[in-house]
Write a protein that binds this ligand. Structure first.
Ligand code: GDP
Length: 301
């Protein structure tokens, strides 16, 4: 909790702190105050739709209870934010009857995909699972090397082939190998950029089809990694990837570096896809399972 509070302080300054300031300047709860609150949500990247929704519910809730003091407004806001945050709280649980439990990781380059894969592998290994990685971003030689080097250091098997090899076949072969070695978890990296976006989406759709040929219940989790500081762009990324491959979870990274962590509410409102983890720093312990209440209090209090 304390770590989270500290890492999310940029968003807190731009969110909870600003809201409290609004109330301390104003004696009266009026339309102008509501507009200022709305602007605060928008500035933190909560997004137009989610902001409208939240403010409407806040007004309704105040009316219902016939309250209009500052404390009641803040309380109603907290309730609405918490409710939205809770809608996407669903921790990722490894199903150990699947051997391997296949986690496909997608997202555009630079969002922290490779780092997140390493952090996840470490976490699952520490929990006692046998973990294998598949270097499926065959488009970037550096990505394959990065995973291999990291795997050697951490004593985690990394299945890789030559750059340019078909990504789907790298992942298919890794699944076969993981099965033979009785692995619990296989985390597969994928490309984050190809010549064009439609190429990328086609390739990802193909990966899922090929994975299903190996195990029709897989992938068991399709995670998208989103940079928490990308604003509206986060919405279009999730939409595009979700069309190619049904996403089952989100990882929102770099929330320590942005005052705009409200993007989580925007994503929650738009897609309702569970947020599995949040990234709040570069170290491996900085990938935290997402807990709605901890998140809300870190950015509000
Ligand atoms: P990829 O291109 O998506 O594979 O991105 P990388 O995993 O190489 O990460 C890009 C950069 O973002 C690296 O410098 C990471 O250390 C950094 N990064 C990843 N996650 C976080 C995070 O949660 N917080 C911070 N501050 N940096 C992060």
């Amino acid at each position: 909790r304390a770590v989270l509070d500290q890492r999310l302080e940029k968003t807190q300054a731009n969110f909870g702190q600003k809201m409290k300031q609004l109330f301390s300047f104003k004696k009266k709860i009026d339309e102008e105050l509501f507009e200022d609150l709305e602007a605060t949500l928008l500035m933190a990247d909560v997004g137009a739709n989610a902001t409208m929704e939240i403010m409407e519910q806040v007004r309704k809730s105040l009316k219902r209870r016939n309250l209009s003091d500052a404390d009641a407004v803040l309380e109603a806001l907290r309730e609405q934010l918490t409710e939205l945050a809770r809608q996407v709280e669903a921790p990722l649980i490894i199903d150990t009857t699947k051997k391997p439990y296949v986690i496909l990781v997608v997202g555009v380059n630079g969002v922290g995909k490779t780092t997140t894969i390493a952090k996840l592998a470490r976490r699952y290994k520490a929990e006692g699972h046998n973990v294998m990685l598949a270097a499926g971003d065959t488009f970037r030689a550096a990505a394959v090397e990065q995973l291999k080097t990291w795997g050697e250091r951490e004593d985690i098997a990394v299945m890789a082939q030559k750059t340019g090899t078909d990504s789907a076949s790298v992942i298919f072969d890794a699944m076969t190998s993981a099965k033979a070695r009785s692995m619990d978890v296989l985390i597969a990296d994928t490309a984050g950029r190809l010549h064009t976006q439609s190429n990328l989406m086609q390739e990802l759709a193909k990966i899922t089809r090929v994975i299903k040929k190996n195990d029709e219940t897989a992938p068991h989790e399709t995670l998208i990694v989103i940079d928490g500081g990308t604003g509206q762009n986060a919405i279009s990324q999730v939409r595009a990837f979700n069309e190619a491959n049904k996403l089952t979870g989100l990882v929102i990274t770099k929330l320590d570096g942005t005052p705009k962590g409200g993007v989580l509410f925007n994503l929650a409102n738009e897609f309702g896809i569970p947020v599995r983890y949040i990234g709040v720093g570069e170290r491996s312990s900085d990938l935290k399972p997402y807990r709605a209440e901890d998140f809300v209090s870190a950015i509000l209090d």
